[in-house]
Ligand binder design. Structure first.
Ligand code: FMN
Length: 354
């Protein structure tokens, strides 16, 4: 594909170190964050092709995985994704260990443990970020998972449960002591949910506590923010979540800004092809009825990004029809029209710049 073409070292680019997750070597330092309902295999495949060094699966509840539920099966899908990183959630060490074995048997290359999810339904079951309040149990879970699989195991957490208990450095050190291979930290507390700004400097306290690689996460939406997050935290890589929705090429843009190489970024027409590929991939993965539901937030985000490039009011009207449409052929036609309007605008911009 044209947009994967490397075009050399842009002047002044910072050369970032590469990261290894245990024996798994990553080709870069920019990761796609796990996002439930978003980072299915279609999104992870695209992210990898467009420049992410790795992409983490949606979390899979360990009891659901051990019951082999249909939703768990879909979330576990990793065809065409390398390395295939599967995130599991739960609080029972034996169940987590069993879930990790199932993920390993289905082809996972790395197991990630969720200790950062703030969602009420997860925290009510004392999983996700709630584990940050039970460091002994958290350590026990990590040790049990590591003992159950011959794969690197990583942990994703927040700064702490709340402002008075920024326990990430201590917890990260405990995870490292029992054999974790990498830690990623979202620079907010659980109590913050998504309020305020991620505190990248506070993530730096974790860097000082561990010697395994650290990934900084939260509010990284541009190459400049990635550089700043790395500088303030001292982390080895960045993890990008919401900003990649409807813009998976952002991962490659950030990767290029951090390395000595540059990929030619996709043109507007190629972005439209990516959006259509994403849409078709989801219909194929879930079937049309469920696929339409899963695709809606992606379509909305692709359209919003394209519309932001076009002052033409027709683009907003088309975007509204796009997210309502249940006809795949109509969706693709609307996407092309929206991106065409954005492209017209980009050409005007170029003409003005000339
Ligand atoms: C819709 C959504 C779903 C998420 N699901 C997960 C998840 O399954 N596992 C997890 O560890 N974090 C999950 N997160 C948190 C993200 O991985 C990330 O830590 C957070 O969004 C902050 O990064 P960002 O500002 O780059 O989005 C989710 C976030 C969002 C917005």
């Amino acid at each position: 594909m044209l947009f994967e073409q490397k075009i050399g070292n842009p002047a002044g680019a910072a050369v970032a170190r590469k990261i290894s997750i245990g024996r798994v070597k990553l080709d870069g330092t920019v990761l796609l964050a796990p996002m439930s309902g978003i980072t299915d295999v279609v999104m992870r495949r695209l992210a990898g092709r467009l420049g992410a060094a790795a992409a983490v699966s949606e979390m899979i509840a360990s009891p659901e995985l051990t019951r082999s539920g249909e939703e768990a099966r879909l979330r576990l899908e990793g065809e065409g994704v390398s390395p295939h990183i599967v995130q599991i959630a739960g609080r029972d060490p034996q169940c987590m260990a069993q879930a990790a074995r199932i993920a390993a048997d289905s082809g996972a290359a790395v197991i990630d443990i969720n200790m950062g999810c703030p969602a009420k339904r997860v925290a009510r079951q004392l999983c996700g970020s709630a584990l940050m309040r039970e460091p002994e149990l958290a350590e026990h879970i990590v040790a049990a998972v590591i003992a159950s699989v011959d794969l690197p195991v990583t942990v994703k957490m927040r700064l702490g449960y709340e402002a008075g208990s920024l326990d990430a450095p201590l917890l990260a050190r405990r995870c490292e002591a029992v054999g974790a291979s990498l830690i990623s930290v979202h620079g907010r507390t659980r109590a913050q949910f998504y309020e305020g700004k991620a505190d990248w400097a506070a993530v730096g306290a974790v860097k000082a506590a561990i010697s395994i690689p650290l990934i900084v996460n939260g509010d990284i939406c541009s190459p400049e923010e990635a550089k700043r997050a790395l500088r303030l935290s001292g982390a080895d890589g960045v993890m990008v979540g919401r900003a990649a929705l409807g813009r998976p090429w952002l991962l490659g843009e950030i990767a290029d800004a951090l390395t000595a190489e540059a990929r030619r970024q996709p043109s507007t027409a190629e972005r439209c092809d990516i959006a259509i590929e994403h849409y078709r991939g989801q219909l194929a993965l879930y079937g049309v009825a469920l696929g339409l539901r899963h695709a809606r937030k992606h379509l909305q985000a692709y359209a919003a990004n394209a519309v932001a490039r076009s002052p033409d009011t027709r683009a907003s009207a088309l975007a509204a029809s796009l997210v309502r449409s249940e006809q795949p052929t109509e969706v693709e036609r609307l996407l092309r029209e929206i991106f065409d309007l954005a492209d017209g605008n980009a050409q005007v911009d170029l003409a003005e710049a000339a």
